[in-house]
Design a protein around this ligand. Structure first.
Ligand code: GRF
Length: 209
């Protein structure tokens, strides 16, 4: 059974969706860089081990990442799932977990990397928006996309409604992708990413119109 660690900084609604999904893999631990993150409470309620590793207590990014890396090794983790983890990771950490670490981002990547995605979508007047699950590489929000949840931006949508609607999609696609990895439906190989044994060129799309 695949052992999963989830890295969080905030509310942890995606963590909750992963817990509730009864995955084929086991969530063996949750790491937060913030002691006040509600995600820690969710993990404890589900009987999952937690570790608080506060970035502020380390002199530089690599020192913080080394402690996280060691915790992941101690838990014997196979897959690292970033779920609202608000720290940029060092190249050394990312390359140690390359092909074994995924993230969810609230936009249709490659559009709107970085922050404030809902506002930027509204500013541009896009008709489509959503979220993307992707492998993590050294370049921010740029690793291969595995799945996207797509929604239509309504004329009455604002930042809050978009955030809420995108979250709802995240809670569907993130557990699905993690389950696909647990069951080897998605595989990261030297030849590329495989979905059902075939090279994957485009993310799987889930549409909600
Ligand atoms: C989500 O919007 C996700 O796309 C982004 O961080 C947020 C985490 O939300 N990476 P939650 O903590 O899972 O509720």
């Amino acid at each position: 059974m695949i052992k999963i660690a989830v890295l969080v900084s905030g509310s942890g609604s995606n963590l909750q969706a992963l817990i509730d999904a009864n995955l084929s893999g086991q969530i063996v631990g949750v790491i937060s860089n913030k002691p006040e993150a509600y995600a820690l409470q969710r993990a404890e309620n589900a009987g999952i081990a937690t570790a608080v590793i506060e970035h502020k207590q380390y002199p530089h990014r690599e020192a913080f990442d080394d402690v996280m890396h060691q915790q992941l090794l101690d838990w014997d983790v196979d897959l690292v799932v970033l779920a609202g983890f608000m720290r940029i990771l060092s190249e050394k950490f990312v390359s140690a977990w390359e092909g074994k670490m995924i993230n969810i981002h609230p936009s249709l990547l490659p559009h709107y990397k970085g922050m404030h995605t809902h506002q930027r979508v509204l500013n541009t007047g896009d008709q489509l928006h959503g979220c993307t699950v992707h492998y993590v590489t050294a370049e921010l929000d740029a690793g291969q996309a595995l799945a996207q949840g797509v929604l239509q931006v309504g004329s009455h949508d604002g930042v809050n409604s978009l955030a809420q609607r995108v979250h709802t999609l995240e809670h569907i696609i993130y557990p699905q992708v993690v389950e696909w990895i647990c069951t080897q439906t998605i595989q990261h190989t030297d030849q590329g990413v495989l979905y059902r044994d075939t090279l994957m060129h485009e993310p799987i799309q889930f549409c909600k119109f």
